[in-house]
Design a protein around this ligand. Structure first.
Ligand code: HEM
Ligand SMILES: *[C@@H]1O[C@H](CO)[C@@H](O)[C@H](O)[C@H]1NC(C)=O
Ligand SMILES: *[C@@H]1O[C@H](CO)[C@@H](O)[C@H](O)[C@H]1NC(C)=O
Length: 334
């Protein structure tokens, strides 16, 4: 009893730590004009390369948006996600949520090379991820916001935090909400940010359980529209086809709008984690209904929640470094 109580105390202290220290201490706040003097063309360079990549493949907007999320939930928004295996670093790219799934790393590399050419050793990989997420949202038709900047890059990665902190699609509502709260995010953030699933794809393996054996009794998930489920089964069989791709929002798969919430109301949310926002909690149900009815409210909350997510434990001041190559830490040569 005493043990589990002090364990909980430690947990709650840990969850408060980012609010008390990292964000406010160590050289102040992130702010949108951080690169105005040191690299005035930084934002337009990021935007032009993201635009080119999205023109080549519409899905890239979704993939880049997701990278910022998977970065921020692991050691904060510090580009730890971008590090490859090397020396003592174990890459996060092979964690359960990322393996065969996270993508867009080549686009980040291209942006970084262009920025190193324009203003060497100035713009962090963590800020590139935050800007690319915003630009991707705008290019897909979503809201815009000014991105607070000044993050620095980590000198390490955490495979275990990547496995543990990023919610899984079959986590319960409570587990997912707890993982958001541990990052300082609330229910409005959870529901609005889940609205990212208005664009992009998911693999069969991410929702198969719902189609065949939701609760271990051989029955499908009856909170999923059964004709939609039958359609999904044709390309997501009981076994095989793990990597087959499906639209997260089948109505408008590349357009950032509020159809994601309308789909959930029609029992056509693709992932279990999408549908439980309606079925397992009163407050989140109200928010799903609100955003389905009012795209403007969704867009406003999404922009606020993205800024909030982007503020998770940034490295600032003299902490961390500005990587020259987003895939590896700088070699110390002095
Ligand atoms: C609430 C908990 C969340 C869960 C359980 C979850 C889970 C998933 C899963 C399983 C996929 C499909 C991966 C695959 O099959 O390869 C996915 C895709 C995606 N997620 Fe989430 N996600 C969550 C929240 C978020 C948030 C907060 C964002 C962004 C702010 C986000 C953005 C995306 C995007 C854009 C895609 C499509 C990526 C692509 O097409 O490359 N998700 N998510
Ligand atoms: C969730 O999915 C994972 C991976 O497919 C599986 O190992 C686990 O048993 C599932 N959890 C639940 C609660 O169904
Ligand atoms: C469903 O899952 C349970 C436990 O995960 C397993 O024991 C059972 O054999 C599965 N049933 C079917 C029909 O796949």
């Amino acid at each position: 009893m005493a043990v589990s109580r002090s364990f909980l105390m430690v947990l709650s202290l840990l969850s408060l730590a980012p609010l008390c220290f990292s964000h406010k201490g160590n050289g102040g706040y992130l702010y949108p004009h951080f690169y105005d003097h040191s690299c005035s063309r930084a934002q337009e360079i990021v935007k032009s390369i993201v635009a080119k990549a999205v023109a080549r493949e519409a899905r890239m907007a979704a993939s880049l948006l997701r990278l910022h999320f998977h970065d921020c939930f692991v050691k904060g928004c510090d580009a730890s996600l971008l590090l490859d295996n090397r020396g003592s670093i174990i890459t996060e790219k092979l964690s359960n949520p990322n393996r065969n799934s996270a993508r867009g790393f080549e686009v980040i590399d291209e942006i970084k090379s262009a920025l190193e050419e324009e203003c060497p050793h100035t713009v962090s990989c963590a800020d590139i991820l935050a800007l690319a997420a915003r630009d991707s949202t705008v290019l897909a038709g979503g809201p815009s916001w000014e991105v607070p900047l000044g993050r620095r890059d980590s000198k390490g990665a955490s495979l275990s935090d990547s496995n543990n902190n990023i919610p899984a699609p079959n986590n319960t509502f409570q587990t997912i909400f707890t993982k958001f709260k541990l990052q300082g995010l609330d229910i409005a953030d959870l529901v609005a940010l889940s609205g990212s699933h208005t664009i992009g794809n998911a693999r069969c393996t991410s929702f198969r359980q719902r189609l065949y054996n939701q609760s271990g009794d051989g029955q499908p998930d009856y909170s999923l529209d059964q004709s939609y489920a039958a359609q999904l089964r044709t390309r997501c069989p009981r076994s095989g086809g793990d990597q087959n791709l499906f639209f997260l929002d089948f109505v408008s798969p590349t357009k950032f709008d509020n159809n994601y919430f309308k789909n959930i109301l029609a029992s056509k949310g693709l992932l279990n984690s999408d549908q439980v926002l309606l079925t397992k909690n009163k407050a989140s149900m109200e928010l799903v209904k609100k955003y389905a009815k009012n795209k403007k409210l969704f867009f406003e909350q999404f922009a606020m929640s993205m800024i909030k997510m982007g503020n998770i434990s940034p490295l600032m001041g003299l902490r961390g470094e500005i990587r020259k190559n987003c895939r590896r830490i700088n070699i110390n040569t002095n």
